[in-house]
Design a protein around this ligand. Structure first.
Ligand code: PEP
Length: 253
C-alpha cells in the first residue's frame, strides 16, 4: 500500500507467449507464490489463454486482462474481439495503445481513444499506454508528446469514468530494450501526466488516477522507481514470463 492509502498495481503483459497449458502452469506458479496482499496483480494474457486463466483466477485475488480489444462491440470485423466479449468471460482489464500495437498494427491515438471509451462503457478497466520515442526524448519534446497523448486518448472520457482507468507511462525506447528510465526523469514525467490530467479533470480526480511505469522493469530496478510518490505500480513485460522474477517484483510492493 502507498502512503496515500492507494493500492499498488502490478500488471504482467505476457505479449504473444504461452499456449493455454503453459499459461495455466505459469498462472498457478504466480498465484501460489504471492505474499503481498497490498498489491493488485493483473495478468494480461493472449486471447486464447483468457478463458483458461480467467477460470483459474476466479478463486483468487488476481485480475485478468486482455492485451487489446476492438472499438465496436459487434459487427463485421473479421479477426477482432470486442470489449463485451471479454467482459462476458470474466476479463476485467485491457491494455490499450501499447507501443507494439502502434508500431506493428498501425494503431493511433484516435483508434485507441475509441477503444478506451467502449472498454469503459463495457465494464472493463483500460490500462492506457502513453510514451515518447527515443527521437522525441532526444529532441526534448517528451512533455508535449505525453500531454497531447493524454488529451487525445481521453477525449470524451468523463470524470466519473476515471475511476475505471489506469495510465501506463511506457517510454517506447525502454520497452523490451533492457534500458530503464532514470529516477529523476520518471519523477518529471509523472508530474507532466498529473498536470495534464488536472487540466482536463481537476486536481482531485487527477490525483486518484493510478500511474504505472513500464519499460524493462526487473526485480533490481523496480524498488527504486516504486519509491516515487506519483508511481502506483508497474507494467511488466518480459520479466512477467518468469514466475520467480515476477513474484520478486510483486512481493517487493
Ligand atoms: C511491456 O510489454 O509493456 C513492457 C514494458 O515490456 P518490457 O517489460 O519487456 O520492457
Amino acid at each position: 500500500m502507498k502512503k496515500s492509502g492507494k493500492m499498488r498495481i502490478i500488471v504482467g503483459n505476457w505479449k504473444m507467449n504461452k499456449a493455454p497449458a503453459e499459461a495455466a502452469a505459469l498462472f498457478s506458479e504466480i498465484a501460489s507464490g504471492l505474499t503481498s496482499d497490498c498489491c493488485r496483480v493483473i495478468l494480461c494474457v493472449p486471447f486464447v489463454d483468457l478463458l483458461t486463466v480467467a477460470n483459474l483466477a476466479a478463486d483468487t485475488e488476481i485480475c485478468i486482462g486482455a492485451q487489446n480489444c476492438h472499438f465496436d462491440n459487434e459487427g463485421a470485423y473479421t479477426g477482432e474481439i470486442s470489449p463485451a466479449m471479454l467482459n462476458n468471460i470474466g476479463v476485467n482489464h485491457v491494455i490499450l495503445g501499447h507501443s507494439e500495437r502502434r508500431k506493428y498494427f498501425g494503431e493511433t491515438d484516435e483508434t485507441t481513444n475509441k477503444k478506451v471509451k467502449l472498454a469503459i462503457a463495457s465494464g472493463l478497466t483500460p490500462i492506457v499506454c502513453v510514451g515518447e520515442t527515443l527521437l522525441e526524448r532526444e529532441l526534448g519534446v517528451t512533455d508535449e508528446k505525453i500531454s497531447i497523448q493524454i488529451k487525445k486518448l481521453l477525449n470524451g472520457v468523463l470524470t466519473p469514468q476515471l475511476e475505471n482507468l489506469i495510465i501506463a507511462y511506457e517510454p517506447v525506447w525502454a520497452v523490451g530494450s533492457g534500458r530503464c528510465i532514470e529516477h529523476a526523469d520518471l519523477v518529471h514525467v509523472c508530474k507532466v501526466i498529473r498536470a495534464s490530467l488536472s487540466s482536463l479533470y481537476g486536481v482531485e480526480a487527477a490525483n486518484n488516477v493510478p500511474i504505472l511505469y513500464g519499460g524493462s522493469i526487473n526485480s533490481q530496478n523496480f524498488t527504486d522507481l516504486l519509491s516515487i510518490d506519483d508511481i502506483d505500480g508497474g507494467l511488466v513485460g518480459g520479466a512477467s514470463l518468469v514466475a520467480e522474477e515476477f513474484l520478486k517484483i510483486v512481493n517487493c510492493t
